[in-house]
Design a protein around this ligand. Structure first.
Ligand SMILES: Nc1ncnc2c1ncn2[C@@H]1O[C@H](COP(=O)(O)OP(=O)(O)OP(=O)(O)O)[C@@H](O)[C@H]1O
Ligand SMILES: [Mg+2]
Ligand SMILES: [Zn+2]
Length: 287
């Protein structure tokens, strides 16, 4: 039975031939189908003068059970692949600056109870779903209004939807953008201001979150203008979020930046109360 190559552990080119010791007819309890069961065993092997024999095993199952097992295997492999793809996508969201606290946010989990919320949701969803068109048009969305109304939520949802559609995006607060641009001044290992600007201009979608009054020197204003103007000139879409009124935003970013936004922009007012307070009131009110 054995030759020298087998004895020293060379791989067998052929699948091992099982010996069938017994055949019985079975009926599947689940499907009621008849099938043959076989008691099989590999032939004994002689290795270094000793005989080895693996235990015999029963094989064979009903055709439907076999098909179900193959299907289950396939589904498990597909689920695992999807899980890995989702994990890679979440890592991309992280590198694109989408904050952890907003990474689970979507259009589907944005509750729109008031007409204003419904309008904001519809506009943001449209922006995301037709991102290809907005990429060509260089549209801008300004989400402006009170704290806790979901500006960040919807901006992140647009950003992540565009990325799932294969687009590049970057999400940063205005403060982070200024710090990125300025890092090269003090840190020689940081990318140059020009490289940062190029990156901010080149991504398909830029979200500048939380443009507020916390900054406002002329130099900072100029830097923000260079980003907005750079994207405007490349006709690239942008989403800005702010707590400021239109007049205050214009004061802060300057007339030139502001008129750039107005030209291809849509202003969405978030003028309902803080969602957390709303929810607390609903839940408290019900009790
Ligand atoms: N309509 C809503 N449905 C579900 N969750 C909401 C809604 N509005 C806000 N939230 C949630 O409330 C929290 C605060 O919202 P978010 O951070 O988007 O507010 P914001 O408008 O950006 O506020 P700020 O101006 O303070 O930055 C988030 O966790 C967000 O997911
Ligand atoms: Mg916010
Ligand atoms: Zn069966």
């Amino acid at each position: 039975m054995t030759d020298a190559s087998e004895a020293i552990g060379f791989e067998q080119p052929k699948a091992p031939a099982y010996e069938v010791l017994e055949r019985v007819l079975g009926t599947c309890e689940k499907h009621g189908l008849d099938f043959e069961r076989r008691l099989e065993q590999l032939p004994a092997k002689i290795v270094l003068g000793r005989q080895f024999r693996a235990p015999a095993r029963w094989t064979g199952s009903c055709a439907r059970c076999g098909e179900e097992a193959r299907q289950a295997n396939f589904e498990a492999a597909r689920a695992e692949k999807a899980r890995q793809a989702e994990q890679a996508m979440q890592e991309r969201f992280g590198r694109a600056g989408v904050p952890m606290r907003l990474r689970g946010r979507s259009f589907d989990n944005y509750e729109a109870l008031e007409p204003g919320q419904r309008h904001a949701l519809t506009a943001c969803r449209e922006f995301a779903e037709r991102f290809d068109e907005h990429l060509v048009l260089g549209s801008t969305l300004v989400l402006a209004g009170k704290t806790g109304t979901g500006k960040g939520h919807l901006a992140a949802a647009v950003c992540m939807t565009a990325m799932r559609g294969g687009h590049t995006a970057f999400f940063a607060t205005s403060r982070e953008i200024l710090l990125m641009l300025r890092a090269s001044w003090s840190d020689k290992d940081a990318p140059s201001e020009l490289d940062v600007l190029r990156h901010l201009v080149s991504v398909d979608l830029l979200v500048i979150d939380d443009i507020g009054v916390q900054f406002g020197t002329d130099a900072e204003r100029d830097q923000l203008f260079s980003v907005i103007d750079g994207r405007y000139r490349e006709q690239k879409p942008m989403i800005l979020t702010t707590n400021l009124s239109a007049a205050k935003l214009q004061d802060l970013i300057g007339e030139r930046s502001f008129s750039r936004l107005r030209e291809d922009g849509q202003w969405i007012a978030f003028d309902w109360s803080d969602w957390r307070a709303q929810r607390r009131a609903r839940e408290g009110g019900a009790a």
